[in-house]
Write a protein that binds this ligand. Structure first.
Ligand code: F6R
Length: 244
């Protein structure tokens, strides 16, 4: 069995609320915390709650430093679906963070060079709290099934499953979804002090079941969280917990 702390909530809003409490607690204790951030549909509710708290001046991101998990390759940084745009639109532009303190892998140009640069940046810091979503195939970041758990930042070919899942952001046209991305590796993710994985909806239930079985399986990248030495919270709604 897993030593991960599982929190099952009634719905998406409660999942976002629980996650926000962990972020708020950290920011109150450590105003210059280093956060690992994720994109996608799942963290939007959490970001909204953190934006509200910032607007009420209950928390501040003035001294916070962030590192995002991943970015698409082969679309420009200012593309409406780049993760750079996502983070600015859904989070950074609404809070008091200094843009210079936000880091997102560079998906433009030479991926090998960009991956090495991001790896070097990560080696200089320690992430206090890493936020993760999970793919329906169990991916974390863009570490697709079969990825070696020991590798760091690298370029990946997205699987057909992920391309299909993400087509909803590209007018449901799979041809428009980038086929490559640059991502933190599982090794980088496991270097964080505390990890929160969020999942909402029945399409995540199978992956969550595998993670919570405690079996470490290369074909379910998120199962690597069972190897983590620090604290791991898996916060899910009822639907995502339905197969546990
Ligand atoms: C995003 C990321 C991905 C997503 C996952 C779930 O930065 O790293 O692993 O967390 O694909 O995406 P959503 O939340 O859209 O279901």
């Amino acid at each position: 069995m897993s030593k991960i702390e599982l929190i099952i909530t009634d719905n998406y809003d409660e999942m976002s609320q629980k996650a926000s409490e962990i972020f708020i607690d950290l920011l109150k204790r450590k105003p210059n915390a280093v956060l690992g951030l994720a994109t996608g549909s799942t963290p939007i509710g959490l970001y909204k709650k953190l934006i509200e708290k910032t607007k009420k001046k209950e928390i501040s991101f003035k001294e916070v430093i962030t590192y995002n998990l991943d970015e698409y390759c082969d679309i420009p940084k200012n593309h409406e679906q780049s993760y750079f745009t996502f983070m600015n639109e859904n989070f950074f532009k609404h809070i008091d963070i200094k843009k210079i303190n936000t880091h997102i892998p560079n998906g433009e140009g030479n991926s090998k060079f960009n991956a090495e640069n991001y790896e070097n940046d990560l080696q200089k810091i320690k992430i206090d709290l890493q936020l993760l979503g999970i793919g329906s195939n169990g991916h974390i970041g863009f570490n697709e099934p079969g990825t070696d758990f020991d590798i760091g930042v690298h370029e990946v070919q997205l699987t057909e499953n992920t391309i299909k899942d993400n087509a909803r952001f590209f007018n449901n046209d799979i041809n428009k979804v980038p086929k490559k991305a640059i991502t933190m590796g599982i090794r980088n993710i496991l270097e964080a002090d505390t990890i929160i994985l969020l999942a909402s909806g029945a399409n995540k239930a199978k992956a969550i079941k595998s993670v919570m079985s405690g079996v470490i399986d290369k074909n379910v990248p998120a199962s690597a969280l069972n190897k983590h030495k620090g604290k791991v919270f898996v916060i899910v709604d009822k639907e995502a917990a339905s197969q546990i």
